[in-house]
Design a protein around this ligand. Sequence first.
Ligand SMILES: [Zn+2]
Ligand SMILES: [Zn+2]
Length: 477
Amino acid sequence: MNEAIDRNWHPHFRAYTEMIVNHPNYKGLFYERAEDGRVKWVVTGKSEKGQLRQAWWDKQCRILNIPIEKGCYASAARKLHPTKVKVCQCCGKSLSILYEYPNKNLLKKINAHFGLTLNQTDCTIKDIIGQNCMNKADTLFWIDTFGLKLTKSDLDVTIAALRQKIIDLVYKDFVDKCQSPLSPGVMSNCPDRFDGFHSDGLCCREKTDKGRHTDNMKTYTQDRRAYEEWADGDFNLANRLMGEFKKGSKTYVCPKCGKRRKMTADHIGPISLGFCHSTNFAPLCQSCNSSKNNRFSKSDIDKLIALEKSGKTVISWHSKVIWDALKTKVKNDEDAKKLSHVMVQCHQNVLKLFSKIYTTCGTEYLERFLHPEFAFYDYRFDDFNPLHLEHLNIIKKELDSTNKRKNAERYKRVAFESLEDFDDKANRKITFVIEQYEPTVQKLIALIKSKSYTKADSLLKDLIRVMSMNIKRAMWD
Ligand SMILES: [Zn+2]
Ligand SMILES: [Zn+2]
């Protein structure tokens, strides 16, 4: 491998290489170290060193009783891998080496059916089914999609039991047999890579993933991104309602262009600017929604102010100062755009501050600003009419305790993970000013460490206020 690629190792990947080469399962497999101490992970299969590795893998196949034929090294690599979780060299993400992710076609089908925008490696099929199999229609979708053979008595059980049955069958018939429509998180590559798997996972083979584009600020889904903003409000209900829009096949008269079309949801008040998760969806046809091009407009702001007047909360606690200071100053779409820049700047600085608190104080203090309780329910909608959401009948159902826990954990985990690699993914357009407040930050951290949370809360709010006002002075006034 050339040096340029070598330097791009993600730190998690480096730790992974050490774990693997020191694991007894790979005893005797050839490797060397570079001058900087790293494992020389890659050799060329045809080289002398490659032949040393090849001989080792051949021996493993014999020991494991795997006939030398197509796919034998992949099987051996999967069998020998101690954790079945590989770390992506490029982004550091942990990926299952098993066939646990939907392939592209299946993913498309799942996203369309449930109104999600999952990427291939966001969740394993176990988690996807676990979180999207809440009623009879859902179970039928999975049974049909995988062509599962179930007897009448198999079906005559609780939803939870049937869900488990479906997962078990999918694992038996597809994951364990390495069958399409599932894919592994990483393709095999023996004997070149030490562990027998490609260094980049599926996650990084698809860099064209629009869902993660930072400018795409109104894309709003149960993607990880929905949890990364530390927004207030019921994310779960918002997501389900968004799904309902995507699912709908009926056409309606578009309020903007007057054409009869399927409706999409335009979320008023993007969470990436600090707004709340909400069901403030404005229906628009696909073409009107795209031509709006995710821009924050004066009319969006008018709608948000009207919602506030009716008693609704539209802005998350951490962004209220800047919103209140500027919302009435917006005169036109140009101002609205400017406001969105100011808000994004404030919000990213708040997240940077959170990231600092998280790395120095852990999760306990910050967790109080999260709302895992919203993850405890499933929603269905009666009388869904995108043009009349005010008549929407929301049917709320409590989940069983396993799913409650799972959903809440995922939400919390993603929220904190987003703070972990915060510096890596921060948008270059953001100027971080938090360093200017270092003495206050240190005081805040001391309060949190001594568990004086009430005092810490008021200092944190003060700090956000001062910081927001300074950003306003620099960018707006
Ligand atoms: Zn990756
Ligand atoms: Zn339209």
